[in-house]
Design a protein around this ligand. Sequence first.
Ligand SMILES: [Zn+2]
Ligand SMILES: [Zn+2]
Length: 353
Amino acid sequence: MDSSGGKPSTAQIVLLATSSALTALLYSIYKKKAGHVTRLKEAQKISLDQDLKSILAEAPGKCIPYAVIEGVVRSVKETLNSQFVDNCKGVIERLTLKEKKMVWNRTTHLWNDCEKVIHQRTNTVPFDLASHDDSVTTTVRVVRPLDAAELDLETTYEKFHPTVQSLSNVIGHFISGERPQGIRETEEMLRLGASMTGVGELVLDSNLVRLQPPKQGLRYFLSRLDYETLLGKQEGSLRLWKALTLLVGLAACATLLYMLWRHYIWRKERRKERSVLEEFKEQQKRRVRELNLDEAAISPSACTICLSREKSCVFLECGHVCSCDQCYRTLPKPKKCPICRASIDRIVPLYNS
Ligand SMILES: [Zn+2]
Ligand SMILES: [Zn+2]
């Protein structure tokens, strides 16, 4: 017999609720990303050439809301110099300090690597995208490059400074559960002459072409990848989100199906028990007729088999009190409870006082 009474357990409800909520969350992320990919596909491809200004001048509001443009990075006035590499000039420079340490996991009893950014500084100077063809004089000014969703920079310098370990330190680390390993210092740059794909809003503003963050719901991209590769990468990540959403969704469905199946089994058992009980009552009525007894005259404490002696034992494990000791002994083997048909493991005598 199912002691849960056909109701799902708390663990099952929690699992169903969590997996459903997670599916909904993942699906909304997936939908959003799918929208971004679609819009990236639909973005207007503009080539950086002599006609650019006239195309923009004719466009409504002298603006293309979402355009893809490819060019080479060129400084406007000043440039940034790498602090570590000679003759390395760029327009964006990012310095990052990351602390690397190992943290003791009390559950898995393992040391896990852990990296934390402790300092980051980004310097920028205004820059343009120019055509690969030197004869084209038109350039595009890139506005607010740090707002780009994907701004991939080139790592120009990387150095790991290990922490000096002494014996007393090591003992301290075992007590605290944290073992510092060192500091990773990196410099990333967007270098002059780098090929870049920009996806954003193109506007012609008093003879200057600007690429700027697009309107709400569109993503601003500044990537060293070409357009096709950038699109392929976005589609790849979209497929991953789709797979993840499907997986969690399937887990939610499986949980729900399992709970329904358990309930169905419980209902079926209940029905079987009821029919066994009805059959028993029917049998008893027949006996009453056979013995020519008055149904009203039978004591409620009478044995349900002989209908004359008092009930005098409890059947275990089902717990039914329904027969006298003599009738129990005459039950055919294997002995089964006449009410519920459960096998009788042992009996406990009742002592009526
Ligand atoms: Zn009896
Ligand atoms: Zn029973």
